[in-house]
Write a protein that binds this ligand. Structure first.
Ligand SMILES: Cc1cc2nc3c(=O)[nH]c(=O)nc-3n(C[C@H](O)[C@H](O)[C@H](O)COP(=O)(O)OP(=O)(O)OC[C@H]3O[C@@H](n4cnc5c(N)ncnc54)[C@H](O)[C@@H]3O)c2cc1C
Length: 423
């Protein structure tokens, strides 16, 4: 549903109409205005944290979807052990916090006039802007893979219809079919995601279609939690799941969606079901706003998350270049809170302190079999760097009871974070 000018003014705090105010005016009583673009893990967290930091701040959240569909645990939906409804959340509690929800797309940003333009032409003035648009795909960067091809070879890297399409294709595949997953080069959303997906699809095949096979064609020679994944694959899916690294010919150079063919430098693989995790970049509005660099991602100050390219605009979540921090929902949530505190302090005329951020990524290798990697990050030389010795991986030779406990920790993390962001 899109929101027009009149409806927008009805939904809550009116963020339009006033002229841009200098910081000193806030001390005299004028409410600061912050616009947040993108109501995902980063944007929705940030909008709420901004209101909690200073309830006088007029916060507008711009998000076109009425319901947010979360990616974490969507690999379970593909493998048939979870329903998509368990991934979906409304913005009711966000609105209840006094945040104005503009249910539309941001199409333009004027960093000099400090305004955001919405799809219906409404212009929102801001004192500070937070961009949290997640990712977009580099359609065509992998020859043969565009929006049309995604209807045959789903990416399922933005949860929703694509997730269900991949699930339906697996369900329709006869026993004995070949499933091919193409994993991209770094950086991309959720570094362990393709390997969790491969694991859970392998588990589905093992139980439902045991004569089938799965190949992961990879544009890399190394990946997140690799030893743990490979150890589990050898134990759970021998002969079923094969990982082909870059140097062994895994790099996919083109696809043919009509025949579900994956072409590499070393040969061709014809899939019964094919999944392409495409090359990615920051959500399009970042480029429009001028905060994305040549890499397609957004360089930021690691203390405030303010863009290094356009002052007054902060970028958080997957769209940001966050140094050693991976592109995860956990990281997006951590960054959003730090950014909200920094924005509140900047608006009050004070200097934000240097932050510490954390991330933990849980992955399921099978139902009830979890592994994880954790890290702590702090600003160093203009980037977010690992705090040495503060993170690490699950133990390599842990008993099944430990793996079961980690699977439960992952579930609890998902309940906690979605409860905090949307509940
Ligand atoms: C298969 C899979 C599994 C994953 N598993 C995990 C996991 O176990 N743990 C974990 O921590 N992370 C996981 N992730 C990663 C996680 O989903 C992302 O890192 C996280 O969603 C990033 O949050 P974000 O707010 O930056 O982007 P998103 O959550 O994608 O939110 C971006 C929002 O911005 C909106 N938007 C975009 N452009 C505009 C615009 N112009 N105007 C208005 N709104 C706009 C979009 O509609 C969207 O709602 C997984 C990802 C995948 C694909």
């Amino acid at each position: 549903m899109r929101i027009g000018r009149r409806e927008f003014l009805k939904v809550g705090v009116a963020a339009t109409g006033a002229a841009l105010l200098p910081v000193s005016t806030f001390a005299q009583g004028a409410a600061p205005r912050v616009v947040v673009v993108g109501g995902g893990f980063a944007g929705a967290t940030c909008a709420r944290a901004l209101r909690h930091a200073n309830p006088r701040t007029a916060v507008t959240l711009v998000e076109p979807a009425a319901t947010f569909t979360a990616c974490p645990f969507s690999n379970e939906v593909i493998a048939g052990t979870r329903e998509l409804g368990a991934q979906q959340f409304t913005y009711d509690r966000v609105i209840a916090d006094g945040i104005a929800l503009a249910r539309t797309t941001a199409t333009g940003v004027d960093g000099t006039a400090r305004t955001v333009t919405l799809a219906d032409g409404v212009r929102l003035p801001y004192d500070r802007l937070v961009l949290a648009p997640g990712i977009d795909f580099r359609w065509g960067a992998l020859p043969g893979y565009d929006e049309v091809a995604a209807a045959q070879l789903p990416h399922a890297w933005k949860a929703g219809e694509q997730t269900l399409l991949l699930r339906r294709q697996l369900e329709a595949m006869p026993d004995g079919g070949l499933v091919v997953i193409s994993a991209p080069a770094n950086p991309y959303r959720c570094p362990p995601g393709p390997y969790e997906r491969a694991s859970l699809i392998a588990n589905y095949l093992k139980t439902k279609k045991p004569r089938s096979k799965l190949i992961v064609l990879d544009a890399k020679d190394a990946f997140s939690k690799q030893k743990l994944f490979q150890q589990a694959w050898a134990e759970l899916y021998p002969g079923l799941l094969e990982w082909v690294s870059l140097s062994k010919g895994g790099n996919v150079t083109s696809v043919d969606a009509a025949t579900r063919t994956f072409v590499t430098d070393f040969g061709k693989h014809q899939a019964a079901v094919g999944n392409v995790v495409p090359p990615q970049k920051a959500g399009r509005i970042a480029e429009v706003a001028g905060v994305a660099d040549k890499s397609g991602w957004c360089p930021i100050d690691p203390v405030t998350f303010e863009s290094k390219l356009v002052p007054g605009i902060h970028v958080i979540g997957d769209a940001a270049i966050a140094g050693a921090m991976p592109k995860s929902a956990f990281a997006a949530n951590s960054q959003a809170k730090v950014c909200a505190a920094a924005v509140a302090q900047l608006l009050a005329g004070s200097a934000p302190p240097s932050p510490k951020l954390i991330n933990t990524c849980y992955s399921l290798v099978a139902p009830g079999y979890g592994i994880s990697v954790a890290g702590v990050y702090a600003p160093l030389n203009g980037q977010l760097a690992d705090v040495p010795g503060a993170g690490g991986l699950s133990a390599a030779d842990a008993p099944r009871s430990v793996r079961a406990a980690e699977a439960a920790f992952g579930e609890a993390w998902f309940r906690t974070i979605t409860g905090e962001v949307f509940g």
